[in-house]
Design a protein around this ligand. Structure first.
Ligand code: ADP
Ligand code: MG
Length: 395
């Protein structure tokens, strides 16, 4: 799960990460009021979307840039009028862009140096890793590709946490000395606490800036939280903005289904993540393209199967469905009844291929055969993939 920058700022305040003052605004009037109440001589108005590269983005009305500096509340209002209600297109949003319905109005600071600082979960070492660079503000991927020596990496032992000698080492590598090193130690430690105590998988500050009067401040914030830990982070879960997410994935999460939308046209409904991956592979192998990854889990109920069909049918790109179930713990006949009911309830008219194998398989096949539904049974995965690809091509 991701959050907006204005929400990230609230977490920064809670954990003591230094950042400029700011307020969220949902209308041009609120942007003007926020700018007035900040009482700053320089103001920045920032579009809030779950994507980076906003500074260099363009709005669908032709307005350039999702991050703007201005001096007066009236100017902040004028900027807000051109940004709110429009989609912002950046290199991370795709061509349709993302609708901007919130702005962050913050105090603008003078910048002497832009740095990069992030903490992320490193799967190779199974431990948190700090990544920092003197080349902040820009595309860190480009820095990593062209000048990898400018990226500092420090692995953190999760049992003892980020140690003072490590924060000093990172600060020194970033050229932060004297009072800046003291501030860096405080800021890095606070960010590490934010990372662990809110169950993040990523906290990225780009840029982390040094001001001409030697203050160290986090100007931008990107957070990524571990979805599997949200149950114990109600405060974080409350920050979720469903309008930023794929509506199909939101619906799936409400029924505890593991769903990821893809861009093909053959929908898959499978039990077990490994089987779901193998099913996607075999569809590709047979010359088709999967429309989704969908794992209904080891013990799916009839309600979940119906919800899964509804999500699949809500996707206009879907031209055929492949159900691939291996009954281990699951009873194939229960799934068969689920499929029949769901197909009838949703008025399914697309080609449907079902492969049921395992626990109580023959009873499941019988249920499907006697249902009167227009479906094709398949005996092996290869057979199932060939049948659905052929049906979709013929349709
Ligand atoms: P994005 O990464 O989505 O482009 P940022 O928040 O990093 O958005 O903003 C882009 C640039 O705008 C920053 O690199 C910085 O130069 C400038 N900027 C952002 N916030 C402020 C601020 N509070 N004061 C001054 N400049 C800012
Ligand atoms: Mg940034």
């Amino acid at each position: 799960m991701n959050i907006h920058e204005y929400q990230a700022r609230e977490l920064f305040q809670k954990f003591g990460v230094a950042s400029p003052k700011g307020k969220a605004a949902f209308t041009p009037e609120e942007a003007e009021q926020a700018a007035t109440s900040l009482g700053a001589s320089q103001i920045v108005v920032k579009a809030q979307i779950h994507a980076g590269g906003r500074g260099k983005g363009t709005f669908d009305n032709g307005f350039k840039g999702g991050v703007h500096l201005c001096k007066t509340p009236a100017e902040a209002r004028h900027l807000a009028e051109q940004m709110l209600g429009h989609a912002l297109i950046t290199h991370q949003t795709g061509p349709e862009g993302k609708l901007v319905s919130t702005l962050l109005v913050a105090e603008a600071v003078d910048i002497a140096k832009e740095l990069y600082f992030a903490i992320l979960f490193d799967r190779t070492t199974s431990a948190p890793m700090v990544i920092a660079s003197t080349e902040g503000g820009m595309d860190i991927e480009a820095v990593a590709e062209h000048t990898p020596e400018k990226i500092i990496r420090v692995s953190v032992d999760p049992l003892i946490g980020l140690q003072p000698y490590q924060t000093r080492k990172i600060a020194a590598a970033l050229g932060l000395r004297g009072s800046l090193m003291t501030q860096a130690t405080k800021l890095f430690t606070a960010l590490y606490r934010t990372y662990t105590e809110t169950d993040c998988t990523l906290v990225e500050v780009n840029p982390l800036v040094v001001t001409p009067d030697n203050r160290l401040l986090a100007l931008d914030a990107k957070f990524n939280f571990d979805d599997n830990a949200l149950y114990r982070q109600p405060g974080v879960a409350a920050l979720r903005d469903k309008s930023e997410e794929d509506p199909r994935e939101v619906a799936a999460s409400e029924f505890n289904l593991n769903y990821i939308g893809l861009d093909g046209n053959i929908a898959c409904l499978v039990n077990g993540a490994g089987l779901a991956m193998a099913t996607m592979d075999i569809i590709q192998h047979a010359g088709g393209k999967p429309a989704n990854f969908l794992d209904v889990g080891g013990g799916a109920t009839k309600e979940q199967v119906t919800a899964a069909f509804n999500i699949i049918l809500g996707d206009k790109a879907v031209k055929g469905i492949l159900v691939n179930i291996f009954g281990g713990i699951m009873d194939c006949d229960v799934i068969a009844h689920g499929i029949v009911d769901a197909a009838k309830e949703t008025g399914l008219s697309l080609p449907l291929v079902v492969r049921l194998e395992g626990n109580n398989g023959p009873a499941g096949k019988k249920t499907l055969a006697e249902s009167g539904l227009k479906l094709q049974s398949a005996s092996t995965m290869a057979d199932a993939a060939d049948k659905i690809v052929a049906s979709v091509h013929a349709a």
